[in-house]
Design a protein around this ligand. Structure first.
Ligand code: PLP
Length: 385
């Protein structure tokens, strides 16, 4: 019996495959974006206390009151955005589920959804699950900038939504106030949803974070998505959230209910503790990541890679054309097996994977010791090619 066409087109996540390749060759895993250092102790304590305190049954489907309140308070505190925790917040199993539930709740078959390219690899399958038509707009090199004319040309009467991911995976761009303003203007003009992915909002080295929901006319046409995975180094906890106007939140909550019923109850209790951390925590998070970024970027430049220094998130998308003529999948395998550093082939972040793009992505969400071992391995690279 054939499997559904919907899923038969899905390829296995290349990122997870590269983690397996890393294991096979004993390579240092700079492929998948998960930290190899511990999450904050007060959150771990709060999770244990919740489990021992018997918070082990279903939470309210759309999120425990304490976590929804903490999410609403977060938006007031950081962005002066007022959010109703009872009517406008849905707690989900990660930003990943928030994005899929939002697509299914808001997008009809045949609707067009604009996605900047390169893009985080889940957005393509999200569009397929919703039967939407992804319309890709390239970020222009050098610098991975938005070309206003190309973006404008991508809006059509069928456009339903645009995905706004800043800080951006895989390029490390933090979109400027002007760029967000341009997108907001087009959304208002064409009556289009902005569906955001702000999972790296607290990991920035240059520029402010500008949630598009704060722009005039955008609060009512934005689904703001974020989560705890990256801010609190707990990618395995699977906690995210979507903030949207009441009517759309109602739709997102229904989809979320049928997909997962709810996010893990004891971890939600601990999530509320993390969101209330003082500014010191968030400042240190960014400063620690800056040190990791600087270490890796210096080594990559020395080894002969060409790249735009990331302004946010924790990835470097590096061009290796000075080092090799191999295609990106072959080069990533070679780097893992011969040099001992695992990366993700750049084609994973493009819809047309057949085009030659000499790019690999390095993740630097690792202990300094891990990055130092990786940089030692990369040092002789120039001599090896
Ligand atoms: C841009 C982006 N969005 C979402 C996610 C996943 O978020 P979550 O763990 O909350 O599902 C990632 C993880 O790498 C990511 O890079």
């Amino acid at each position: 019996m054939p499997i559904a066409t919907r899923s038969s087109g899905f390829t296995e996540s290349v990122i997870r495959e590269m983690s397996r390749v890393a294991y096979q060759y004993g390579a240092i895993n700079l492929a998948q974006g998960f930290p190899d250092f511990p999450m904050p102790a007060p959150m771990k304590d709060a999770a244990c206390a919740a489990i021992h305190g018997d918070v082990n049954q279903y939470a309210v489907t759309w999120g425990s009151p304490a976590l929804r309140l903490a999410v609403a308070e977060k938006y007031r505190r950081w962005y002066e955005l007022s959010v109703d925790p009872d009517r406008e917040v849905t707690v989900t199993c990660g930003a990943t589920e928030a994005m899929a539930a939002t697509f299914l709740a808001l997008v009809d078959p045949g609707d067009e959804v604009i996605i900047f390219e390169p893009f985080y690899e889940n957005y393509g399958p999200d569009a397929i699950l919703a039967d939407a038509r992804p319309v890709f707009v390239p970020l222009e090199t050098p610098g991975w900038r938005i070309d206003p004319d190309r973006l404008r040309a991508a809006f059509t009467p069928r456009t339903k939504a645009i995905i706004v991911n800043t800080p951006h995976n895989p390029t490390g761009r933090v979109f400027t106030r002007e760029e967000i303003g341009l997108i907001a203007g087009l959304c208002v003009e064409h009556d289009v949803w902005a569906i955001t992915d702000e999972i790296y909002e607290h990991i920035r080295y240059a520029g402010g974070h500008h949630p598009i929901a704060c722009w005039p006319g955008m609060r009512e046409r934005t689904v703001t998505i974020s989560g705890l995975s990256k801010t609190f180094s707990c990618t395995g906890w699977r906690l995210g959230y979507a903030v949207a106007p009441e009517r759309e939140t109602g739709a997102i909550r229904k989809v979320h209910d049928f997909l997962t019923v709810g996010a893990p109850a004891p971890l939600q209790a601990a999530g509320a503790v993390g969101l209330a951390f003082d500014a010191d925590y968030f400042n240190h998070l960014a400063l620690d990541y800056r040190a990791r970024r600087d270490l890796l970027c210096a080594a990559l430049a020395e080894a002969g890679f060409d790249f735009t220094v990331p302004e946010g998130a924790y990835y470097v998308l590096a061009n290796y054309s000075e080092l090799s003529d191999l295609n990106d999948v072959e080069f990533a395998r070679w780097l893992a097996s011969e040099i001992g550093v695992a990366t993700v082939p750049g084609s994973s972040f493009y819809h047309d994977r057949s085009q030659h793009r000499p790019l690999v992505r390095f993740a630097f969400c690792k202990k300094l010791e891990t990055l130092e071992r990786a940089t030692d391995r990369l040092a002789p690279l120039k001599a090896r090619v």
